[in-house]
Design a protein around this ligand. Structure first.
Ligand code: FE2
Length: 191
């Protein structure tokens, strides 16, 4: 645990070291959620083809919800006595993943890639929720609250990629481009 830049105060019943550690975990979630909100808007602008309006309009409420999560996460960091960092440079330097890979592309290709995006964000959010479980119930509750919505949005995306038999066209893929290709291939075969 880093001792440098310890918060001068934190929430009652946590030590400054614990407050710092919870804030460190939250800072990475702030970066991930900021990245997600921007990526969702990028997709909103770049989808083309059949079901354009449905997907275009499905994404805006997700952007709004994720922006609220960004705000709550940053304010929790501040509440813990640490300065939240939300500038574009911090997003780029802190993230461990590449920029979203698709530009103008069909709705189904973007949804295939977005399945991978949500997969990554949710996996890391769940790990963060577990990591703070023993340290701070309030932060744990915040992250669990996010997961209720993030997992619902992930299902909205996956429902477009699901067959009547219940399997996903993106199954087995771990890259955005691979998932986008597979989703498109499947949609072509089905039409
Ligand atoms: Fe718009």
């Amino acid at each position: 645990m880093a001792r440098k830049n310890l918060p001068k105060y934190t929430v009652p019943s946590l030590t400054p070291e614990q407050g710092q550690e919870v804030a460190r975990i939250l800072q990475l979630r702030l970066t991930a959620l900021n990245d997600l909100a921007l990526t969702l808007k990028h997709i909103h602008w770049n989808v083309v083809g059949p079901h354009f309006i449905a997907v275009h309009e499905m994404l805006d409420p997700q952007v709004d919800a994720v922006r609220l999560m960004v705000d709550a996460t940053a304010e929790r960091i501040a509440t813990l006595g640490v300065a939240p960092r939300g500038t574009p440079g911090v997003i780029v330097s802190e993230r461990s993943w590449d920029d979203y890979s698709l530009g103008r592309a069909t709705t189904i290709a973007h949804l295939g890639a977005l399945d991978e995006v949500y997969q990554g964000v949710i996996t890391d959010h769940r790990k963060a929720a577990t990591d703070v479980e023993e340290l701070d119930d309030v932060t744990n509750d915040l992250l669990i609250g996010h997961l209720h919505e993030l997992e619902l949005f992930h299902w909205f995306v996956r429902a477009h990629l699901e067959s009547t038999g219940g399997s996903l066209s993106t199954a087995g893929e771990s890259s955005e481009v691979g998932a986008a290709d597979k989703a498109e291939e499947h949609a072509k075969k089905a039409s």
